[in-house]
Design a protein around this ligand. Sequence first.
Ligand SMILES: [Zn+2]
Length: 302
Amino acid sequence: MVGELSLEQFLSRYNTEEACADYLFQMKWPEGFVCTRCSHRQYYMTITRRLPLYECARCRYQASLTVGTVMEGSHTALQKWFHAIFLVSQPSPGISATALKKEINVTYKTAWLMLHKIRRAMSEADASVQLSGIVQVHDACYGRPYNPTHFTHAEEHPLLVGVNLNEQKEPTYIKMKLLVEIPREKRINRQEKENFADRYIQSEESQVEFITERLKPRKLKKGYPIFTIAQRWINETFHGIGGRHLQAYLDEFCYRLNRLLQKAPLFGSLIQCCASSKAVSYRTIVGRRKRFKPKQLADLPI
Ligand SMILES: [Zn+2]
């Protein structure tokens, strides 16, 4: 496990493609090479490509270090990927695609896609954790300034914020999920809350409190303090986000905050999660032509 690194420590540790490849090798085969197909432990290494290929000495199966990681299929150097993951893992304020493009010298599209792949790995890591014990669920609404005539304006996105609390009522783990269906009435309805509880809260021995408020966006935006921080972070770091990818940014916020709450090293956790999370394609990320449905993220395996 890699702990927190300063920029100098990071640059000296991962300053070559070989150093990054060594890290991925350790992640993939911590006990030494094992063939995925036949479990044989001897291999031949081919270095004719940009990255080494590992060929099983018995069955000739070839394995690449980036298969099964967010870097799979990417033509971007491992060093740039590691640098991007390092920058994303800095405690504050996060990094936008415009800033990443300049830092690691790639196109805007590449930077944007890398960040979304990293976010997807974060979403998957937190999807495997359910809230349990003392849980509060708060109404919230991300969006433009309050409009008294429309609650469900296209730029207003109601969501639920689930908070695990310890005995001292301090938050220990957070989930923020956009509603699956936008309610017609001016409140987040019971069905949405039940859906949230079913998906994200352990049903046994959890003590769940729903903090119900009438959906007056002005009030909600001043509502639960952690959501207010999330909204400000999204607006200041990324200059506001539309509904299509909003869930991914909320997941990034929660991933970062959850590691801080649990005092886990952010870079170490993130590089490990990126090295063990399968890449999603550009088409998968941008291919949705209709309004982004959070259901698609909510359907990640729990
Ligand atoms: Zn084999």
